[in-house]
Write a protein that binds this ligand. Structure first.
Ligand code: ATP
Ligand code: MG
Ligand code: MG
Ligand code: MG
Length: 481
C-alpha cells in the first residue's frame, strides 16, 4: 500500500466517524513561541484542548483529523542510526475537543489497524499509563487483547508529553496508550518480552493515543500541578512512515515509496549502493533534505539563529555525509525536486516554491563547501593529536564553528566516530564570550553614533542647518572620540 493511500485511508476513515479533515498546518508554529517547529499533530490545535471553541469554516467541529508534517530537532541524533526516527515526518491524527474519549479512541484505532490496514492483530501489543485501569480495561475486555500483551509504564513512556509531570512542559497533557507492532524475530532484540523504551527495531511504536485531560502547570522542572481541563480530549498520533514500512513489508522506511527515490539518487550520484543499516550517510541525507525542503517551503530561511540555524545544521550535516560518500560538489539542491515529487501532492507549497528552494540550497551548499574541507582537515589533525580518553577542547570546537562554520553537533558527531568526546561546555563558554565581545562592540558603535549625532546637532546649531556637512565631519569628530 502506497504511503499516499495510507494517508488517505486514515483521513477518510475518521471523516466517516464524523471528523472534519483539515490540511496540514505549517511547520512554523503560529502564535506559539514555546515551539521552534510543529512537532506533533496536536501542536497547532492546542487552544482547542484548553477550551477555545473549535470553529472551522463557520461551524463548530469537536472532531478533527489531520495528517500533520512535523519536525523533531531532538531526534537528529537518532536519524540514520535507528530505523524508525526522522527529523521530518508526517503524523496522522484524530482529535476530540471535549467530545468522545478513551473508549472510542481505542476501539477506532483497533478497527482502523486491523480491518482497514489489515494488520495481524496477533502482532499488536499495547501499553497504558501505570494507573490507568480504565484504558487497561478497554483493551482487555472490549478489544480482547490478552493481558500479557498489555504493558503498564510510567510517565516517561506513557504520559504525554513524556515525563511532563515532573519535567514539564506546561500545557495540555495526559496519560497515553501506545500501540506497537511486532515485526518478528528477524528484527530481533535481546528483549523479546514485549515493547518498552529502547526496544529497538523489533517492536515498532506506531500509534500513540493521548487522553488529554490535564493542564500541566507549575515550575519546570518541579512537581507539576495537574489541573483538570474543563473538558476531556483525545489527541492521537500515528507515524505514517513507520506504518508504511510495515505495510510495504520493507526492512525500514528508507525503502518505502516516499524515501527510496531520494536514496536511489544518492546512490546514483555517489556510485555507492544503499545497504540498509550500514548506509548511515544515505539515510541522513535522505532524511535531512526532506526537512530542509519542507522548512524552506514553509518560509524558513538559512540563518545563524533559531529555525534558520536548525536547517543550516541539517544541511551541513547532510553535506558532510555526502562528502563521506565522495560527493564534493553541491548535490543536495538536485535532490529537492525529488522531495517535491514524492511529497508535493499533499504539500503543494513544495512544488510552488521549488525553484526558490533549490536556489537557496545551492547557495548554502556552495558557501559551506568552501570551508568544509579545511575544517575536516583541521578537525582530523586535532583528533589525531588526542590520546584515548581525552576530549576535544571547547575552544577548538568553537574555532571550527567560527572559522569553518562547523555546527557543534557536526563536530561532536565526527569526534564520536573516532571515539572522542567534545568539551561542549567549553564551546558554550567560548561562544558566550564571543557574543559578549560583539555586544560590547555594538554598544561601542552605538555610543559613537550617539555622540556623533550629538556633534552633528551641535554643528547644525552653530552653523545653521543650511549646509549639510555630511559624514566627513561626523567621522572626523568620531575619530577623536
Ligand atoms: P519514539 O518512542 O519511537 O521516539 P515517541 O514516543 O517519541 O516515539 P510520540 O510523541 O508518541 O512518539 O509521537 C506519535 C507517533 O509519531 C509515534 O508513535 C510514532 O509513530 C511517530 N513518531 C514519533 N517520532 C517520530 C520520528 N522521529 N520519526 C518518525 N515517526 C515518529
Ligand atoms: Mg521520541
Ligand atoms: Mg515512545
Ligand atoms: Mg509515543
Amino acid at each position: 500500500m502506497r504511503t499516499a493511500e495510507i494517508r488517505e485511508k486514515f483521513l477518510s476513515f475518521f471523516e466517516g466517524k464524523g471528523h472534519l479533515r483539515l490540511p496540514s498546518f505549517s511547520l512554523i508554529p503560529e502564535n506559539d513561541p514555546s515551539l521552534l517547529f510543529t512537532s506533533a499533530g496536536m501542536a497547532p490545535l492546542k487552544p482547542y484542548f484548553l477550551g477555545a471553541k473549535p470553529i472551522f469554516g463557520g461551524r463548530e467541529w469537536r472532531r478533527v483529523t489531520t495528517c500533520q508534517e512535523c519536525l523533531r530537532v531532538g531526534d537528529i541524533e537518532n536519524v540514520g542510526r535507528t530505523s524508525r526516527h526522522n527529523t521530518y515526518f508526517e503524523m496522522l491524527g484524530n482529535f476530540s475537543f471535549g467530545d468522545y474519549f478513551k473508549k472510542e479512541a481505542i476501539l477506532w484505532a483497533w478497527e482502523f489497524l486491523t480491518e482497514h490496514l489489515k494488520l495481524d492483530p496477533g502482532r499488536l501489543w499495547v501499553t497504558v499509563y501505570e494507573d490507568d485501569d480504565e484504558a487497561y480495561g478497554i483493551w482487555r475486555d472490549l478489544v480482547g487483547v490478552p493481558e500479557e500483551k498489555i504493558g503498564r509504564f510510567g510517565e516517561d513512556e506513557n504520559y504525554w508529553p513524556g515525563g511532563a509531570i515532573t519535567h514539564g512542559p506546561n500545557g495540555p497533557s495526559g496519560p497515553c496508550s501506545e500501540i506497537f507492532y511486532d515485526r518478528g524475530p528477524a528484527f530481533g532484540t535481546p528483549d523479546e518480552t514485549g515493547p518498552n523504551t529502547g526496544s529497538g527495531d523489533r517492536f515498532v511504536e506506531i500509534w500513540n493515543l493521548v487522553f488529554t485531560q490535564y493542564d500541566r502547570q507549575g515550575p519546570i522542572p518541579g512537581p507539576g500541578i495537574l489541573k483538570p481541563l474543563p473538558q476531556k480530549n483525545i489527541d492521537t498520533g500515528m507515524g505514517l512512515y513507520r506504518v508504511a514500512a510495515i505495510l510495504q513489508d520493507v526492512e525500514d522506511f528508507y525503502r518505502t515509496d516516499t524515501f527510496y527515490p531520494i536514496i536511489e539518487r544518492v546512490a546514483l550520484y555517489s556510485g555507492k549502493p544503499y545497504e540498509g543499516k550500514a548506509s548511515v550517510s544515505h539515510r541522513v541525507i535522505a532524511d535531512h533534505i526532506r526537512a530542509v525542503v519542507a522548512a524552506l517551503s514553509d518560509g524558513v530561511t538559512f540563518s545563524n539563529t533559531g529555525r534558520g540555524y536548525v536547517i543550516r545544521r541539517l544541511l551541513r550535516r547532510a553535506l558532510r555525509h555526502g562528502y563521506l560518500l565522495g560527493l564534493q560538489e553541491p548535490f543536495l539542491h538536485r535532490l529537492a525536486p525529488v522531495v517535491a515529487e514524492v511529497l508535493g501532492d499533499f504539500y503543494p507549497e513544495m512544488r510552488e516554491n521549488l525553484e526558490a528552494v533549490e536556489r537557496q540550497i545551492k547557495l548554502e551548499e556552495e558557501r559551506f563547501l568552501e570551508t568544509l574541507e579545511g575544517g575536516l582537515k583541521r578537525l582530523d589533525a586535532l583528533l589525531s593529536g588526542l590520546k584515548p580518553g581525552e576530549v576535544l577542547p571547547g575552544g577548538e570546537a568553537f574555532r571550527l564553528y567560527d572559522t569553518y562554520g562547523f555546527p557543534l553537533d557536526l563536530t561532536v558527531e565526527i569526534a564520536a566516530e573516532r571515539g572522542f568526546g567534545v568539551d561542549t561546555e567549553g564551546f558554550r563558554k567560548a561562544l558566550e564570550e564571543q557574543q559578549e565581545r560583539s555586544r560590547a562592540a555594538m554598544a561601542f558603535e552605538r555610543d559613537i553614533f550617539k555622540k556623533g549625532a550629538q556633534v552633528l546637532e551641535e554643528l547644525y546649531a552653530e552653523r545653521g542647518a543650511t549646509e549639510f556637512l555630511g559624514y566627513a565631519a561626523l567621522e572626523a569628530e568620531a575619530e577623536v572620540l
